[in-house]
Design a protein around this ligand. Structure first.
Ligand SMILES: Nc1ncnc2c1ncn2[C@@H]1O[C@H](COP(=O)(O)OP(=O)(O)OP(=O)(O)O)[C@@H](O)[C@H]1O
Ligand SMILES: [Mg+2]
Length: 366
């Protein structure tokens, strides 16, 4: 196991600053996920931890040792990339044994390490095959096996599953979680797939434009996003966001007015909001109720169905809301009747499920 501390880490290529002031503590044995849109600097940061990129400013500590200038091979870590980069002329066994053969380990020790990794990854029967005779998932497992044999305290993964088809990705996700438990190693995993982040990470760091927006457990980020970016990035469909104005502020309840005039009461600590202030109101699709399902008469509004996605276990309704450009997504039980384009729907936004963001996009009342 290993512990990683980043203090005010920055990275520039020439005049182009791609990471700014990154502070992060990855705990011993933790599964930490870096997630964020393309180009936000996830791979660059991972490569800096690996020692494949110089650190422009700040300090990297691995196990309480300043590691900025420690060469990659001496950092006690192993990295797995999206492209498996296996040696095509070598068997699976040879691919896994290769890096060990460069050390002082003898043949018997290498064999024990390879056999152990193969059994963890359930590929003992594949050891004599060449990479070309393997499926994509099997090749990726060899790449992970090559990392395991070195018994690193820290694994770095850069989008290792993105070349695999959807069902294999789900299977490999489960295997990676199992592997993390079995090896009791620290893992840092980069992805731009928010589902992968939510399902794999014990904690997630959400990146945007070279900065970390929020760090926390998956459900903490989902339930309490600190700003509009995190709110919109995690969750599918995206959190609905509409413009609103503060009408009245009762301290622990705030009354908002939407563009079409509807009033919505939200329960939160609103002590920092001013009457008249422009804000954004957010609510997730699964938290919206049909007015017919509730006895509560406040917070109701009329929408018009634009189209419906039937997912089998649920239906996602996309509807227009007077005064709003963006469609509103509403997740309803699959057997909800009368869902068709053009139909009017009366919905209710439960006040304790609403999020409010101030005019800078910062969450109110957290
Ligand atoms: N060697 C380089 N020289 C100059 N700019 C670079 C270099 N490597 C990366 N960049 C820039 O740094 C930024 C961050 O790149 P990075 O590869 O870390 O993004 P990422 O978050 O991993 O994105 P993706 O999800 O697409 O893999 C990008 O704007 C990229 O163009
Ligand atoms: Mg990348």
């Amino acid at each position: 196991m290993a512990e990683v501390r980043l203090q005010q880490i920055s990275k520039s290529y020439g005049n182009n600053q791609v990471l700014q002031g990154i502070d992060l503590h990855v705990r011993n044995g933790e599964f930490m996920v870096f997630v964020g849109p393309s180009g936000c600097g996830k791979s660059t940061l991972l490569r800096m931890i690996a020692g494949l990129e110089d650190i422009s400013a700040g300090e990297l500590h691995i196990d309480n040792q300043l590691a900025n200038d420690i060469p990659p091979a001496k950092r006690g870590l192993a990295m797995v990339f999206q492209s498996y980069a296996l040696y095509p002329h070598m068997t699976v066994y040879e691919n896994m044994a290769f890096s060990l053969s460069l050390t002082s380990m003898n043949k018997a020790e290498i064999d024990t390490a390879v056999q152990h990794a193969a059994s963890i990854l359930q590929m003992t029967h594949l050891l004599q095959r060449k990479p070309r005779d393997l499926s994509g998932g099997q090749r990726q497992r060899v790449a992970i096996g090559r990392a395991i044999v070195r018994k690193p305290g820290l694994f770095l993964f850069d989008e290792p599953l993105s070349n695999l088809d959807a069902s294999l990705r789900v299977q490999m996700r489960i295997e990676l979680s199992k592997l993390h438990r079995e090896l009791a190693a620290t893992m840092i995993y980069v992805t731009h797939d928010q589902v992968e982040a939510m399902t794999l990470g014990q904690r997630i760091a959400v990146f945007n434009g070279g900065k970390i927006e929020q760090i926390g457990a998956p459900l903490e980020l989902y339930d309490k996003p600190v700003n509009l970016f995190v709110a919109g990035f995690l969750g599918s469909p995206k959190m609905n966001i509409v413009k609103a104005r503060v009408l009245r502020n009762f301290g622990n309840v705030v009354e908002l007015q939407l563009a079409a005039g509807t009033h919505i009461n939200v329960q939160l600590d609103a002590s920092n909001l001013q009457t008249g202030e422009e804000v954004s109101l957010g609510i997730r699709a699964e938290h919206i109720l049909l007015a017919s399902q509730t006895t509560e008469h406040s917070n109701q509004l009329e929408v018009c169905i634009s189209f419906v996605e039937h997912l089998g276990d649920a239906a996602i309704v996309y509807a227009t809301l007077a005064g709003e450009e963006n469609l509103f997504a509403i997740k309803l039980p699959a057997d909800t009747s009368d869902l068709y384009a053009g139909a009017d729907l009366c919905i209710q936004l439960p006040g304790h499920r609403c999020h409010v963001f101030d005019n800078k996009g910062i969450a109110v009342g957290l």
